[in-house]
Design a protein around this ligand. Sequence first.
Ligand code: ARG
Length: 375
Amino acid sequence: MTQKPDTPAEPTIVNSWNEWDPLRHVIVGRADDCHIPPEEPALDAKVPENSDMRGQWGRRPQEMIDRGNELLDNFADMLVKRGVRVDRPDSIDHSLPATTPDFHTESQFGCMPPRDVLLTVGSEMLEATMSYRCRWFEYLNYRPLMQRYFNEDPNFRHESAPKPRLTDADYHPDYLSDKIGVEKRLQWAEEKFFVTTEEEPLFDAADVLRFGRDLVVQHGFTTNLKGIEWLRRHFPDHRVHTVNFPGDPYPIHIDATFTPLRPGLILNNPQRRLPEEQRKMYNDNGWEIVDAAQPAHNAPPPLCYSSTWLSMNVLVLDPKTVCVEKSEVYQAEQMDKLGMNVVEVELRDAYAFGGGLHCCTADVYREGDCEDYFP
Ligand code: ARG
Protein backbone atom coordinates (compact mmCIF):
# COMPACT_ATOMS: atom_id res chain seq x y z
CA MET A 1 0.00 0.00 0.00
CA THR A 2 1.40 3.43 -0.88
CA GLN A 3 1.36 6.00 1.87
CA LYS A 4 1.81 9.71 1.50
CA PRO A 5 5.32 10.47 2.79
CA ASP A 6 5.15 12.72 5.83
CA THR A 7 7.52 15.64 5.71
CA PRO A 8 8.70 16.45 9.21
CA ALA A 9 9.37 20.12 9.82
CA GLU A 10 12.03 19.25 12.37
CA PRO A 11 13.82 16.08 13.38
CA THR A 12 12.02 13.81 15.79
CA ILE A 13 12.49 13.91 19.52
CA VAL A 14 10.75 11.18 21.48
CA ASN A 15 9.66 12.39 24.91
CA SER A 16 6.41 11.86 26.79
CA TRP A 17 5.96 11.22 30.50
CA ASN A 18 2.25 11.57 31.11
CA GLU A 19 -1.19 11.77 29.49
CA TRP A 20 -1.72 15.55 29.66
CA ASP A 21 1.34 17.73 28.97
CA PRO A 22 1.18 19.79 25.73
CA LEU A 23 1.09 17.36 22.81
CA ARG A 24 3.46 18.12 19.92
CA HIS A 25 3.88 14.85 18.02
CA VAL A 26 1.57 11.86 17.86
CA ILE A 27 0.83 8.72 15.85
CA VAL A 28 -2.75 8.32 14.58
CA GLY A 29 -3.83 4.82 13.49
CA ARG A 30 -5.41 3.77 10.20
CA ALA A 31 -8.43 1.63 9.45
CA ASP A 32 -6.67 0.13 6.39
CA ASP A 33 -7.22 -3.58 5.94
CA CYS A 34 -8.56 -4.09 9.47
CA HIS A 35 -9.95 -7.57 10.09
CA ILE A 36 -12.29 -9.21 12.53
CA PRO A 37 -10.00 -12.06 13.54
CA PRO A 38 -11.12 -15.67 13.87
CA GLU A 39 -11.91 -17.12 17.29
CA GLU A 40 -9.07 -17.40 19.78
CA PRO A 41 -9.16 -17.67 23.57
CA ALA A 42 -8.36 -14.16 24.81
CA LEU A 43 -10.32 -12.40 22.11
CA ASP A 44 -13.43 -14.52 22.64
CA ALA A 45 -13.40 -13.71 26.33
CA LYS A 46 -13.65 -10.03 25.44
CA VAL A 47 -16.46 -10.20 22.87
CA PRO A 48 -19.71 -9.57 24.76
CA GLU A 49 -22.09 -12.51 24.70
CA ASN A 50 -24.83 -10.63 22.84
CA SER A 51 -22.38 -9.04 20.37
CA ASP A 52 -23.02 -8.92 16.63
CA MET A 53 -19.39 -10.02 16.21
CA ARG A 54 -19.76 -13.52 17.66
CA GLY A 55 -19.14 -16.27 15.13
CA GLN A 56 -17.96 -14.14 12.23
CA TRP A 57 -14.53 -13.15 11.00
CA GLY A 58 -12.80 -11.73 7.95
CA ARG A 59 -11.92 -8.37 6.45
CA ARG A 60 -14.15 -5.56 7.66
CA PRO A 61 -16.56 -4.13 5.04
CA GLN A 62 -14.80 -1.70 2.69
CA GLU A 63 -17.34 1.09 3.22
CA MET A 64 -16.72 0.91 6.99
CA ILE A 65 -12.95 1.00 6.40
CA ASP A 66 -13.34 4.03 4.12
CA ARG A 67 -15.54 5.84 6.62
CA GLY A 68 -13.16 4.99 9.49
CA ASN A 69 -10.23 6.33 7.49
CA GLU A 70 -12.13 9.49 6.61
CA LEU A 71 -12.67 10.23 10.30
CA LEU A 72 -9.12 9.32 11.31
CA ASP A 73 -7.72 11.49 8.49
CA ASN A 74 -9.91 14.42 9.59
CA PHE A 75 -8.75 13.98 13.18
CA ALA A 76 -5.10 13.95 12.00
CA ASP A 77 -5.68 17.09 9.87
CA MET A 78 -7.23 18.91 12.81
CA LEU A 79 -4.23 18.05 15.00
CA VAL A 80 -1.82 19.25 12.29
CA LYS A 81 -3.74 22.55 12.07
CA ARG A 82 -3.24 22.93 15.81
CA GLY A 83 0.51 22.54 15.37
CA VAL A 84 0.83 18.86 16.31
CA ARG A 85 3.03 16.71 14.08
CA VAL A 86 1.14 13.56 13.07
CA ASP A 87 2.63 10.32 11.77
CA ARG A 88 0.65 7.39 10.41
CA PRO A 89 1.50 3.66 10.38
CA ASP A 90 2.18 1.64 7.23
CA SER A 91 -0.44 -1.06 7.10
CA ILE A 92 0.88 -4.60 6.65
CA ASP A 93 -1.33 -7.27 5.03
CA HIS A 94 -3.64 -8.28 7.85
CA SER A 95 -5.27 -11.04 5.84
CA LEU A 96 -2.11 -13.11 6.27
CA PRO A 97 -2.18 -15.73 9.02
CA ALA A 98 -0.08 -15.30 12.14
CA THR A 99 1.97 -18.45 12.62
CA THR A 100 4.82 -19.18 15.00
CA PRO A 101 6.15 -22.55 16.21
CA ASP A 102 3.63 -22.24 19.06
CA PHE A 103 0.35 -21.13 17.49
CA HIS A 104 -1.50 -20.46 14.28
CA THR A 105 -4.38 -18.09 13.60
CA GLU A 106 -5.90 -17.39 10.21
CA SER A 107 -5.76 -13.59 10.19
CA GLN A 108 -4.47 -10.55 12.00
CA PHE A 109 -6.23 -7.53 13.46
CA GLY A 110 -5.19 -4.17 11.96
CA CYS A 111 -3.17 -1.01 12.55
CA MET A 112 -5.63 0.38 15.02
CA PRO A 113 -5.35 1.29 17.79
CA PRO A 114 -1.67 2.24 18.21
CA ARG A 115 -2.19 2.95 21.93
CA ASP A 116 -2.56 -0.79 22.53
CA VAL A 117 0.85 -1.63 21.06
CA LEU A 118 3.20 1.28 21.83
CA LEU A 119 4.03 2.54 25.31
CA THR A 120 6.02 5.78 25.36
CA VAL A 121 7.88 6.50 28.59
CA GLY A 122 10.29 9.42 28.31
CA SER A 123 12.56 8.82 25.33
CA GLU A 124 11.57 5.17 25.06
CA MET A 125 8.88 3.55 22.94
CA LEU A 126 8.20 0.02 24.10
CA GLU A 127 6.38 -2.52 21.93
CA ALA A 128 4.06 -4.45 24.25
CA THR A 129 4.00 -8.26 24.32
CA MET A 130 0.30 -8.18 23.36
CA SER A 131 -1.94 -11.00 24.51
CA TYR A 132 -4.04 -11.88 21.45
CA ARG A 133 -2.49 -14.15 18.87
CA CYS A 134 -3.97 -12.05 16.05
CA ARG A 135 -2.04 -9.03 17.36
CA TRP A 136 1.35 -10.75 17.73
CA PHE A 137 2.79 -9.09 14.60
CA GLU A 138 0.99 -5.75 14.99
CA TYR A 139 4.22 -3.89 15.86
CA LEU A 140 5.27 -4.35 12.22
CA ASN A 141 2.78 -1.62 11.20
CA TYR A 142 4.84 0.85 13.23
CA ARG A 143 8.37 -0.34 12.40
CA PRO A 144 8.91 2.19 9.57
CA LEU A 145 8.16 4.96 12.08
CA MET A 146 10.35 3.39 14.76
CA GLN A 147 13.23 3.18 12.27
CA ARG A 148 12.78 6.82 11.35
CA TYR A 149 12.72 7.95 14.97
CA PHE A 150 15.82 5.85 15.60
CA ASN A 151 17.62 7.55 12.71
CA GLU A 152 16.55 11.06 13.68
CA ASP A 153 16.70 11.07 17.47
CA PRO A 154 20.06 9.97 18.95
CA ASN A 155 18.43 9.51 22.36
CA PHE A 156 15.47 7.43 21.20
CA ARG A 157 15.27 4.03 22.87
CA HIS A 158 13.36 1.54 20.74
CA GLU A 159 12.45 -1.40 22.95
CA SER A 160 10.41 -4.54 22.49
CA ALA A 161 9.13 -6.67 25.35
CA PRO A 162 9.85 -10.41 25.12
CA LYS A 163 7.53 -11.91 22.52
CA PRO A 164 5.20 -14.29 24.35
CA ARG A 165 4.59 -17.84 23.21
CA LEU A 166 0.79 -17.62 23.51
CA THR A 167 0.26 -21.35 23.73
CA ASP A 168 -2.98 -22.64 25.27
CA ALA A 169 -1.19 -22.51 28.64
CA ASP A 170 -1.62 -18.72 28.52
CA TYR A 171 -5.42 -18.89 28.73
CA HIS A 172 -7.90 -20.23 31.26
CA PRO A 173 -10.25 -22.64 29.46
CA ASP A 174 -13.09 -21.62 31.84
CA TYR A 175 -13.43 -18.45 29.78
CA LEU A 176 -13.99 -20.26 26.49
CA SER A 177 -17.76 -20.63 26.75
CA ASP A 178 -19.87 -17.97 25.04
CA LYS A 179 -22.51 -18.37 27.76
CA ILE A 180 -20.69 -17.44 30.95
CA GLY A 181 -23.08 -14.65 31.82
CA VAL A 182 -22.25 -11.21 33.16
CA GLU A 183 -22.85 -12.19 36.80
CA LYS A 184 -20.20 -14.91 36.69
CA ARG A 185 -17.84 -12.56 34.86
CA LEU A 186 -18.24 -9.93 37.57
CA GLN A 187 -17.61 -12.52 40.27
CA TRP A 188 -14.44 -13.62 38.45
CA ALA A 189 -13.33 -9.99 38.04
CA GLU A 190 -13.83 -9.52 41.78
CA GLU A 191 -11.67 -12.62 42.41
CA LYS A 192 -9.10 -11.34 39.88
CA PHE A 193 -9.59 -14.49 37.85
CA PHE A 194 -9.10 -13.41 34.23
CA VAL A 195 -8.79 -15.19 30.89
CA THR A 196 -4.99 -14.93 30.84
CA THR A 197 -2.92 -17.16 33.15
CA GLU A 198 0.44 -16.40 34.77
CA GLU A 199 2.36 -18.63 32.36
CA GLU A 200 4.57 -15.77 31.09
CA PRO A 201 4.56 -11.94 31.16
CA LEU A 202 1.72 -10.45 29.10
CA PHE A 203 0.67 -6.84 28.71
CA ASP A 204 -0.98 -4.53 26.21
CA ALA A 205 0.34 -0.96 26.25
CA ALA A 206 -3.17 0.49 26.70
CA ASP A 207 -3.40 -1.06 30.18
CA VAL A 208 -0.80 1.47 31.34
CA LEU A 209 -1.38 5.10 32.34
CA ARG A 210 1.59 7.40 32.78
CA PHE A 211 1.75 9.86 35.65
CA GLY A 212 5.43 10.94 35.48
CA ARG A 213 7.31 8.79 38.00
CA ASP A 214 4.26 6.59 38.51
CA LEU A 215 2.87 4.04 36.09
CA VAL A 216 -0.64 2.77 36.82
CA VAL A 217 -1.36 -0.61 35.25
CA GLN A 218 -4.67 -2.46 35.01
CA HIS A 219 -4.58 -6.18 35.82
CA GLY A 220 -7.21 -7.82 33.64
CA PHE A 221 -7.70 -9.85 30.45
CA THR A 222 -4.83 -8.35 28.46
CA THR A 223 -2.28 -7.76 31.22
CA ASN A 224 -1.33 -10.34 33.83
CA LEU A 225 0.62 -9.91 37.08
CA LYS A 226 3.82 -11.20 35.47
CA GLY A 227 3.41 -8.55 32.77
CA ILE A 228 3.18 -5.89 35.47
CA GLU A 229 6.21 -7.36 37.24
CA TRP A 230 8.09 -7.27 33.93
CA LEU A 231 7.23 -3.57 33.57
CA ARG A 232 8.40 -2.95 37.16
CA ARG A 233 11.79 -4.50 36.43
CA HIS A 234 12.02 -2.77 33.05
CA PHE A 235 11.36 0.70 34.50
CA PRO A 236 13.42 0.61 37.73
CA ASP A 237 13.15 4.39 38.22
CA HIS A 238 9.34 4.27 38.23
CA ARG A 239 6.81 3.19 40.80
CA VAL A 240 4.48 0.70 39.15
CA HIS A 241 0.98 0.34 40.65
CA THR A 242 -1.46 -2.47 39.94
CA VAL A 243 -5.12 -1.49 39.71
CA ASN A 244 -8.33 -3.47 39.34
CA PHE A 245 -11.83 -2.48 38.38
CA PRO A 246 -14.13 -5.23 39.69
CA GLY A 247 -17.18 -3.61 38.10
CA ASP A 248 -15.89 -4.33 34.56
CA PRO A 249 -16.92 -7.75 33.20
CA TYR A 250 -14.56 -7.33 30.20
CA PRO A 251 -11.49 -5.65 31.69
CA ILE A 252 -9.14 -4.71 28.88
CA HIS A 253 -7.32 -1.40 28.36
CA ILE A 254 -7.63 1.17 31.10
CA ASP A 255 -8.46 4.21 28.96
CA ALA A 256 -12.27 3.97 29.04
CA THR A 257 -12.14 3.38 32.80
CA PHE A 258 -9.71 5.84 34.36
CA THR A 259 -8.71 9.03 32.55
CA PRO A 260 -6.29 11.61 33.97
CA LEU A 261 -7.06 15.09 32.58
CA ARG A 262 -4.39 17.23 34.25
CA PRO A 263 -2.30 17.15 37.43
CA GLY A 264 -4.80 16.71 40.26
CA LEU A 265 -7.81 15.54 38.24
CA ILE A 266 -8.92 12.10 37.02
CA LEU A 267 -12.18 10.96 35.43
CA ASN A 268 -13.39 7.66 36.80
CA ASN A 269 -15.85 5.18 35.28
CA PRO A 270 -18.71 5.11 37.82
CA GLN A 271 -19.67 1.49 36.99
CA ARG A 272 -16.28 -0.08 37.39
CA ARG A 273 -15.72 0.53 41.11
CA LEU A 274 -12.09 1.49 41.73
CA PRO A 275 -11.40 -0.05 45.17
CA GLU A 276 -11.10 2.32 48.12
CA GLU A 277 -7.52 1.30 48.97
CA GLN A 278 -6.46 2.07 45.39
CA ARG A 279 -7.72 5.66 45.74
CA LYS A 280 -5.36 6.36 48.61
CA MET A 281 -2.34 7.56 46.66
CA TYR A 282 -4.49 10.15 44.86
CA ASN A 283 -6.37 11.26 47.98
CA ASP A 284 -3.14 11.61 49.96
CA ASN A 285 -1.72 13.94 47.31
CA GLY A 286 -4.78 16.12 46.83
CA TRP A 287 -5.91 14.61 43.53
CA GLU A 288 -9.61 14.60 42.77
CA ILE A 289 -11.27 11.52 41.24
CA VAL A 290 -14.50 12.58 39.54
CA ASP A 291 -17.14 10.17 38.18
CA ALA A 292 -17.44 10.55 34.41
CA ALA A 293 -20.69 11.72 32.82
CA GLN A 294 -22.97 9.06 31.33
CA PRO A 295 -22.28 8.06 27.72
CA ALA A 296 -24.66 9.60 25.16
CA HIS A 297 -25.36 6.19 23.56
CA ASN A 298 -27.15 3.08 24.82
CA ALA A 299 -25.12 0.69 22.69
CA PRO A 300 -21.82 0.63 20.83
CA PRO A 301 -21.85 1.00 17.03
CA PRO A 302 -21.97 -2.19 14.87
CA LEU A 303 -19.04 -4.65 14.93
CA CYS A 304 -17.41 -2.87 17.87
CA TYR A 305 -15.45 -4.56 20.68
CA SER A 306 -15.65 -1.67 23.09
CA SER A 307 -18.40 -0.48 25.41
CA THR A 308 -20.31 2.81 25.31
CA TRP A 309 -17.72 4.14 27.79
CA LEU A 310 -15.50 5.19 24.90
CA SER A 311 -17.27 8.43 25.82
CA MET A 312 -14.49 9.00 28.38
CA ASN A 313 -11.70 7.86 26.03
CA VAL A 314 -10.58 11.43 25.42
CA LEU A 315 -7.29 12.80 24.13
CA VAL A 316 -5.82 15.58 26.25
CA LEU A 317 -3.95 18.15 24.12
CA ASP A 318 -2.73 20.18 27.10
CA PRO A 319 -3.91 20.58 30.71
CA LYS A 320 -6.66 22.97 29.57
CA THR A 321 -7.70 21.39 26.25
CA VAL A 322 -9.29 18.05 25.54
CA CYS A 323 -10.64 16.28 22.43
CA VAL A 324 -14.06 14.72 23.06
CA GLU A 325 -16.06 12.67 20.55
CA LYS A 326 -18.64 14.92 18.90
CA SER A 327 -21.75 12.93 19.84
CA GLU A 328 -20.70 12.59 23.50
CA VAL A 329 -22.57 15.68 24.60
CA TYR A 330 -22.73 14.82 28.33
CA GLN A 331 -19.01 14.18 28.48
CA ALA A 332 -18.33 17.48 26.69
CA GLU A 333 -20.62 19.33 29.07
CA GLN A 334 -18.82 17.85 32.07
CA MET A 335 -15.42 18.80 30.63
CA ASP A 336 -16.64 22.35 30.28
CA LYS A 337 -17.72 22.39 33.94
CA LEU A 338 -14.31 21.02 34.92
CA GLY A 339 -12.71 24.03 33.24
CA MET A 340 -11.43 22.27 30.13
CA ASN A 341 -11.75 23.69 26.61
CA VAL A 342 -13.40 21.06 24.45
CA VAL A 343 -12.37 20.25 20.88
CA GLU A 344 -15.16 18.20 19.29
CA VAL A 345 -13.96 15.37 17.06
CA GLU A 346 -16.22 13.08 15.07
CA LEU A 347 -14.96 9.52 15.53
CA ARG A 348 -17.86 7.23 16.44
CA ASP A 349 -17.89 5.44 13.07
CA ALA A 350 -14.26 4.48 13.68
CA TYR A 351 -14.89 2.98 17.15
CA ALA A 352 -15.28 -0.48 15.62
CA PHE A 353 -11.60 -0.50 14.71
CA GLY A 354 -10.64 -0.72 18.37
CA GLY A 355 -11.48 2.42 20.25
CA GLY A 356 -11.82 6.15 20.68
CA LEU A 357 -9.68 9.26 20.62
CA HIS A 358 -7.09 8.11 23.15
CA CYS A 359 -6.88 4.57 21.77
CA CYS A 360 -6.37 5.61 18.16
CA THR A 361 -3.26 7.64 19.01
CA ALA A 362 0.16 7.00 20.54
CA ASP A 363 2.32 9.74 22.03
CA VAL A 364 5.68 10.61 20.51
CA TYR A 365 6.35 14.01 22.08
CA ARG A 366 4.73 15.96 24.87
CA GLU A 367 6.46 18.93 26.45
CA GLY A 368 7.63 18.56 30.02
CA ASP A 369 9.78 16.30 32.12
CA CYS A 370 9.31 13.40 34.46
CA GLU A 371 7.71 14.75 37.60
CA ASP A 372 6.82 13.16 40.90
CA TYR A 373 3.11 13.80 41.48
CA PHE A 374 2.79 11.43 44.45
CA PRO A 375 5.82 12.20 46.62
N1 ARG B 1 -12.31 -1.78 27.59
C1 ARG B 1 -12.83 -0.54 27.13
C2 ARG B 1 -14.34 -0.56 27.11
O1 ARG B 1 -14.92 -1.25 26.32
C3 ARG B 1 -12.32 -0.14 25.79
C4 ARG B 1 -10.93 0.36 25.83
C5 ARG B 1 -10.41 0.61 24.49
N2 ARG B 1 -9.08 1.09 24.62
C6 ARG B 1 -8.11 0.86 23.78
N3 ARG B 1 -6.95 1.41 24.04
N4 ARG B 1 -8.24 0.08 22.75
O2 ARG B 1 -14.96 0.10 27.89
